[in-house]
Each structure stands twice: as C-alpha cells, then as structure tokens.
Design a protein around this ligand. Structure first.
Ligand SMILES: NC(=O)c1ccc[n+]([C@@H]2O[C@H](COP(=O)([O-])OP(=O)(O)OC[C@H]3O[C@@H](n4cnc5c(N)ncnc54)[C@H](OP(=O)(O)O)[C@@H]3O)[C@@H](O)[C@H]2O)c1
Length: 299
C-alpha cells in the first residue's frame, strides 16, 4: 500500500517578501521547497529546468519576479527576463511534470482609469513596462495546463522593503512626509496573503483569482493610518498629487482589485487591511525595541 506523503511544493522567489511567508505558512499537506536566485536564475532555460526538475514538484508557486517598478521603466529588459522569460521556463517545466502552477500577478496589469474596482473579468491594459511584463508573464503561465494566476496589490510584510516600512522609518526619523493622495488600492499583508494562497491551492480553481486584504484606501490614508498606529502622530504628513512625485513611471490611479470569484470558489475574503496593519506595526515596533524581528506572524 502506498501511503501518500505531503505534496512537494516548490516556492520560487523564496527570499522575497511574499515568498518567505509562503514558505513559512506551508500547511501540513505541503512540503515546501524554497528556491532563491542562489539556487538558479530562472530566466536561464537550462538552470530553470535543472533546478525545478530536481525538486520534482507537484505544485509550483511562482513568486520570483523583478519588482522594481521604476527600474523596469528605466530599463525594461531585466524585468522582461525575470517576469516573462523565467515564467515561460517555469510553465514549460510545470507542463512537462504535470505540476500545478500558481503565478503571482499584480494590479499593475490595469490602467487604473476605471471608477469601479477591477474584477477578474476586467480587461487588462498596463500603463508601464513592469505591468506589461507581468501581464505577459500571466500569459506565459497560461501555457501550463490548469494554471492559476493570483493577482494581488500593495504588499507589505515583515520580509522586505515596502511602502509602509519606508513611511514608518522616515516618520520615526522625524522627517516630514509627502505622500501621494490620488492613488487607490487594497493594502495587503503578506502573512495573510500567504495563508490565502495556500487555501486557494486547496481548491481546484484555475484561471485568474484576485486576492487582497479587504478595504481600499489612498496611499496618503494608508500612511496616516500607519503613523497613527505607530504612535508617531507628531510627524508632518502632506498629501500631494502623483504628478508631483518624482518617478519616471506612470502608475494606475484607481486599480482597486475586487474578486467575483472567491465566493464561487468557496473562499472567505482576507481580513480588513486596518487589522493587518495593527499586526505589522506591532512587529515593527518589537524590531525597533531591540526584540529582534519580534512576532511577525500576523495571526
Ligand atoms: N510588492 C508588491 O507590492 C506587489 C504587488 C502586487 C504583486 N506583486 C507580485 O508578488 C510577487 C512577490 O513580490 P515580492 O514583493 O515578494 O517580490 P520581491 O521581494 O522583490 O522578491 C522577488 C524575488 O524573486 C527573485 N527573482 C527575481 N528574478 C529572478 C530570477 N530570474 N531567477 C530567480 N529568482 C529571481 C528576487 O531575487 P533578487 O532579489 O536576487 O532579484 C527576489 O528574491 C511578484 O510576482 C510580484 O510581481 C508584488
């Protein structure tokens, strides 16, 4: 009699902000195999095939990506290599091994001109090279039969540099803050998203699924909530239009994601971002108070 063990789940980009939490939150049914750039550059076909095949995954969670949005605008080639070429390689291996592929994607596939939130059925129309490369990555992932595209947005979490960490560190250093007040999204906490991702894998869903923490806000509202949560109320916080923010990149203004599919799949939405922010700030405070990384699990 064959006793089924846990499924082997390769997690690419495992040193990144989301990848770390995905590995850390793996449920009992999954044996997570973390892959980082040190294990292989997935944009190189031979390396990708070798490192992925060796792990013999039943599932591949593809978090690896080029995520420097302004860097992609200045020089699109490296973003294309990591987001499209690498994904093509990952999808080819997934197809060859009959492994299920989950590709993590972004609200930046939308132009943000709609006054309504974007659902899985909305037509993508990226404004910048990063968004274009992620959309092409979605299409490359589609080459693997039964693949899943999980779109998310505005990530913050313990394992990486992100908007909130930058805001809170600047506020703590007593700097006056200028924050864009005309970009809207759903802030999403990577420990929550990672748990949601595993739940998604427990369904037989295929195609595109949007997953974020609940609730939308502007960047300024998010910064204000974080500063308040951290008790740094003295900081000077000024809203500015995105046109005044020094960046070479056109960003979507109103790319708020919503999901028409979660209920159909039988998944509960993630908690509200405001609750997740409380956990994130508590963990950051513990880190600042010399308590190491503190409890960063986010519940
Ligand atoms: N951050 C956000 O706000 C956000 C929002 C929506 C969607 N997403 C998506 O969520 C996913 C995870 O994002 P994240 O913020 O966690 O990213 P991250 O922290 O930048 O981590 C990405 C990881 O992928 C690795 N990587 C990049 N190219 C690679 C390659 N060719 N071969 C092997 N490894 C490679 C990077 O290694 P190096 O550091 O060595 O390059 C890095 O460790 C990405 O698909 C991203 O597009 C992110």
């Amino acid at each position: 009699m064959r006793i089924a063990g846990p499924a082997t789940v390769v997690v690419t980009g495992a040193a990144g902000m989301l990848g770390r939490d995905v590995v850390r939150t793996a449920p009992e049914w999954a044996a997570a195999v973390p892959l980082t750039r040190a294990d292989g550059d997935l944009s190189r076909g031979e390396e990708a095939r070798e490192v992925l095949s060796l792990a013999a995954p039943e599932i591949i969670v593809h978090c690896a990506a080029f995520t420097d949005v302004d860097g992609a605008t200045r020089s699109p080639e490296p973003a294309w290599r990591s987001n499209v070429t690498a994904t093509r390689h990952v999808a080819e291996v997934a197809a060859l091994l009959a492994a299920r592929l989950l590709y993590v994607s972004t609200d930046y596939v939308f132009d943000g001109t709609s006054t309504e939130p974007y659902s899985e059925w909305s037509a993508p129309s990226p404004l910048n090279p990063y968004g274009a490369s992620k959309l092409a990555g979605e299409r490359a992932a589609g080459r693997a039969p039964g693949s899943l595209v999980m779109r998310t947005q505005w990530l913050f979490g313990p394992g990486g540099r992100n908007f909130l960490r930058a805001i809170l560190e600047a506020a703590r250093a007593g700097k006056a803050l200028r924050v864009v007040d005309d970009e809207y999204g759903c802030p999403t906490y990577t420990p929550d998203l990672a748990v949601g991702l595993w739940r998604l894998l427990e369904t037989d869903a295929t195609g595109i699924v949007h997953l974020t923490n609940q609730g939308a806000c502007s960047r300024l509202e998010l910064a204000a909530a974080a500063v308040e949560e951290a008790g740094l109320d003295d900081v000077e916080l000024t809203g500015i239009p995105s046109a005044e923010w020094p960046s070479p990149t056109r960003r979507p203004r109103n790319a708020v994601l919503t999901s028409d599919r979660l209920a159909e799949i039988g998944l509960r939405p993630l908690r509200h971002w405001r609750e997740a922010l409380r956990d994130y700030v508590a963990a950051l405070r513990a880190e600042w108070n010399g308590g190491g990384a503190g409890d960063l699990t986010g519940g």
